[in-house]
Design a protein. Structure first.
Length: 205
């Protein structure tokens, strides 16, 4: 029985569909757990961390990130094995927000989170978190081809935070403006410590 026509010709007796090739598997590399931690750093070749040309894409996931002070969560990069975290970065950021009372919403470009060749801390969206126990943040960041010695290093992130009665959904993107290989990544708060939470690193083949 004909099941479809292509160029007005019937196609019949279809018995199997072609397979779709895998887009690449995700491999767990390392988990770091915060406990009043000033920073959490992933350094290639240290404590089982792989951040080299083994994978072209690396994913960091953030779970229940809690702050010790009212602060935002962010990142920096190193090209010298973690001796210095000062890679120049250009970034852009926006967020959406909705409060628990259902009477306030917002969608905004976040100028204060932008960097223009900044070498310091780069916020990862959402908003600041306070120390309340019912406030935390979760999300992920993708870092593309950090070992490349030809191109700059692009990254994108999504981070959602509860502050204090709002759901804040933040989106950041940008690049580390270096053709040196990035071999270490550091996470920290803009003020105080990472009081609690897990950060996991995965490689995508």
């Amino acid at each position: 029985m004909s099941i479809v026509k292509l160029n007005n010709k019937a196609v019949s007796n279809a018995t199997a569909f072609g397979s779709i090739s895998s887009l690449g598997s995700m491999t767990f590399i390392k988990k770091l757990t915060a406990s009043a931690s000033a920073t959490l750093s992933f350094v290639d070749g240290t404590d089982g961390v792989v951040l080299d040309d083994t994978y072209k894409e690396y994913v960091f996931t953030f779970k229940n990130i809690h702050a010790s002070a009212s602060a935002s969560f962010g990142i920096n990069f190193s090209v010298d094995g973690g001796s210095n975290y000062n890679v120049a970065k250009t970034t852009t950021s926006f967020y959406a927000a909705h409060n628990e009372a259902d009477n306030s919403t917002n969608l905004s470009y976040r100028t204060a989170y932008d960097l223009a060749q900044g070498t310091g801390f780069a916020p990862l969206g959402g908003d600041t978190m306070s120390t309340n126990n019912d406030e935390c943040g979760d999300g992920e960041l993708i870092l593309y081809s950090p070992s490349s010695t030809t191109f700059v290093k692009h990254f994108i992130s999504r981070f959602t935070a509860h502050y204090p009665t709002f759901a804040m959904d933040g989106f950041n993107g940008g690049y580390g403006n270096t053709t040196s290989a990035i071999d270490a990544v550091r996470f920290q708060m803009s003020s105080g410590n990472i009081d609690a939470g897990d950060i996991c690193l995965y490689g995508i083949a």
